[in-house]
Write a protein that binds this ligand. Structure first.
Ligand code: ZN
Length: 307
């Protein structure tokens, strides 16, 4: 079985000339490719596979997942799925709904779409003169962003902010950079609304939790991790879209979460969770590793390359 992970599926926007996204035409082409080559699992087939920890009847079929509650998932993806009679799993970080603000991870994406990476990195270096020390080699330097081919400066900019800063320092630095570049995005235009999430849920899609703040969970202690997981499920319950208990690891690679995360997910009765690991899902994953189910990025398949 193949689980596919999508983020931005949209149309070109001239305000973001460097933005990396899957064009909606390529998304459609990729869905047609999956349909012909593998076929899609129905929701019932997925429920039976989960219940029996058995993928023998559906071993090659595809499930679609969409992370981060992006508005394009309502505006672009949802109508396409509806027209093709397909369904998906949508993972929602809850901070934008509780605080009415953008998550830092997405401010970083948008900045990298609107400005050159070298310009952003220079702005950051001006604010943090000891960025060289701050960029000291660590496990994150070797392991993060390996599969991504970003423009000059972008990987360093993202890594410094996402992996080397405390979250409060990152927020302050991003506030300063946005102010300096006169850059502002409203969360209402970037994320789906609660009403959008309810529509998608009512149409037969699954809604899952994706933490509150979208942190690198392995950098947090037990209580903080518990908060991130419990509160994100609480929000889904509160808005009435919580009938399947599923979770998706922010950033998703093995260094981004730890055994504490997996223990909390088990203790909270989460049925299954997705990570990012490019291989097929096997029956043994459903039997033994339900909180770390593998997913492919859409760019691993034809038509999935970002524009
Ligand atoms: Zn995410």
């Amino acid at each position: 079985m193949k689980i596919i992970m999508y983020h931005y599926v949209q149309r070109y926007d001239q305000r973001y000339p460097f933005f990396r996204f899957l064009d909606e035409k390529n998304f459609l082409k990729q869905l047609n490719y999956f349909k012909k080559k593998f076929g899609f699992l129905s929701r019932l087939e997925w429920e039976i596979a989960l219940h029996n920890s058995d993928v023998s009847n559906v071993s090659d079929k595809v499930i679609l997942t969409f992370d981060d509650a992006l508005y394009c998932h309502y505006d672009v993806v949802y109508p396409i799925l509806r027209d093709l009679d397909l369904w998906g799993i949508f993972y929602i970080p809850t901070y934008p709904y509780i605080k009415k603000k953008m998550l830092d991870v997405h401010r970083i994406h948008l900045l990298c779409g609107a400005f050159k990476g070298t310009q952003l990195l220079n702005a950051l270096r001006d604010m943090v003169p000891d960025l060289i020390n701050f960029e000291k080699p660590s496990i994150f330097e070797k392991l993060t962003y390996r599969g991504q081919k970003d423009l000059d400066g972008v990987t360093e900019f993202k890594r410094a902010l996402n992996y080397y800063c405390s979250s409060s320092l990152r927020g302050r630095l991003l506030d300063k950079i946005c102010k300096q570049l006169n850059f502002c995005v409203e969360p209402e235009k970037f994320y789906m609304s609660e009403a959008n999430i309810k529509d998608i849920h009512a149409a037969g899609n699954i809604i899952g939790a994706h933490t509150v703040n979208h942190p690198v969970m392995s950098r947090l202690g037990l209580e903080h991790q518990k908060f991130e997981i419990r509160e994100s499920f609480r929000f889904l319950r509160d808005i009435g879209v919580h009938n399947v208990k599923t979770y998706c690891h922010p950033y998703g690679e093995t260094h981004d979460f730890d055994q504490t995360t997996l223990d909390i997910l088990d203790a909270e009765g989460v049925d299954y969770s997705f990570s990012f690991e490019e291989r097929d899902l096997k029956a043994s994953d459903l039997k033994n590793n339900r909180q770390v189910l593998p997913r492919y990025d859409c760019n691993a398949f034809p038509h999935g390359r970002p524009s």
